[in-house]
Design a binder for this molecule. Structure first.
Ligand code: TTP
Ligand code: MG
Length: 362
């Protein structure tokens, strides 16, 4: 399959390096150049909870996002452990994103520290694109004391994959016509959306690299994965063409948990709901959204599902108010004898919080 010869888009994927850890290091000199771990309190190895992220110095010890904090402590007992400040990261993210937006033709924020930019109309070729990216990296360093990695390519998936290949502080350019060649040696796991399960399935058919995937006919991939197969084929062939487009404020944020076995112990159910509220509240703070509606969902065995919703008096970001609302919404179910399969918490009627600048140290 030949890539088209007319001029394609030029897309950046920008991802901040060890974002929360870098923000902390910027604020406190003693956190710089050390294994810095952001997450739950390790309590000398007895702590519960997980690593949210960590500095590259900590990654050398094998510490990773999502790991139990007790494991991180075993791997790196001399690391510096810090509780996350989600609201601070949300504020810094807003400032960084505003800067990125000023460099883009079209801009799409994908997570707290990650964005796509379509710069096709701002530069005439890949050399111009690289210069633009270098200028952008310089500005982020000077203005915010933060580094990022950037991938440049003719489409979003390749730009994202390219960005990941050189971190931290990387700049990886894949010019038009070079996409298939660039992707070929990489493992299929490098493709966004390919997790353990898909990679395992492909491996069982002797497909481990994207190069090997490129040899599989699209029809076959559709047989394996349905619609997902079309996506995989397009990415591997360098033909994926989804547009960069600005995203609106989300309408709602939600988290839920399915119990491995239907649960009847309400102590465990309430504790799980508590954790869901904590998790959702972190997202509220880091996305800098205030909310006015809270809802609670419960599914009993045999898939009987109920949701209850409450509108608060005013917009809020307070965890206590979310917690109280959820507690009152679940009250009516507590005397129910049925076993519980799933619980979920959702906030809606969201509004972006504006203003309040971060103080910049150093
Ligand atoms: P990432 O960009 O995945 O991670 P990172 O910026 O810490 O490190 P990298 O240099 O590899 O990009 O995620 C951005 C932030 O999102 C991260 O700083 C913390 C947060 N996060 C979580 O809260 N939970 C997670 O499981 C992950 C992966 C990230
Ligand atoms: Mg990042």
């Amino acid at each position: 399959m030949k890539e088209e010869s007319q001029r394609e888009r030029i897309i950046f994927h920008v991802d901040m390096d060890s974002f929360y850890a870098s923000v902390e290091a910027r604020e406190s000199p003693s956190y710089r150049n050390v294994p810095l771990i952001i997450g739950a309190d390790p309590r000398e190895g007895q702590g519960r909870g997980v690593v949210v992220t960590c500095s590259y110095e900590a990654r050398k010890f094998g510490v990773r996002s999502g790991q139990p904090i007790s494991r991180a402590y075993r791997l790196c007992p001399d690391g510096v452990y810090v509780r996350p400040k989600f609201e601070l990261y949300g504020r810094v993210s807003d400032e960084v994103m505003n800067t990125l937006r000023s460099y883009a033709g079209t801009f799409e924020q994908v997570s707290i520290d990650e964005a796509f930019m379509d710069v096709t109309d701002l530069v005439s070729d890949y050399e111009g694109a690289s210069k633009l990216a270098e200028g952008l990296k310089r500005e982020l360093r000077e203005k915010f004391g933060l580094t990022c990695s950037i991938g440049i390519a003719p489409n979003k998936s390749c730009a994202k994959i390219a960005c990941e290949t050189q971190k931290p502080d990387g700049l990886t350019v894949v010019e038009q016509g070079k996409v298939r060649e660039f992707l070929a040696p990489l493992p299929v796991r490098a493709i966004p959306g390919v997790g353990k399960k898909t990679a395992g399935f492909l491996k069982s058919r002797a497909i481990e690299t994207i190069g090997e995937l490129q040899k599989v006919p699209g029809k076959q991939l559709v047989k394996y994965f349905g619609k997902g197969g079309v996506w995989l084929w397009g990415v591997a062939q360098g033909l994926e063409k989804t547009e960069v487009r600005e995203r609106d404020t989300p309408k709602s944020l939600s988290v839920e948990h399915t119990f491995e076995m239907d649960e009847e112990d309400w102590r465990i159910i309430l504790e799980t709901v508590q954790q869901l509220v904590d998790e959702l509240h972190e997202r509220v703070l880091s996305t800098r959204l205030a909310l006015r509606k809270v809802s609670f969902k419960i599914r009993f065995e045999a898939f009987q599902t109920f949701t209850r919703e409450k509108t608060l008096g005013d917009f809020t970001t307070e965890k206590e108010l979310i917690r109280e609302a959820v507690s009152s919404l679940l009250e009516e179910f507590r005397s129910d004898r049925r076993k519980v399969r799933l619980v979920g918490v959702r906030v809606a009627d969201l509004k972006k919080i504006e203003g309040k600048q971060t103080t910049l140290s150093s």
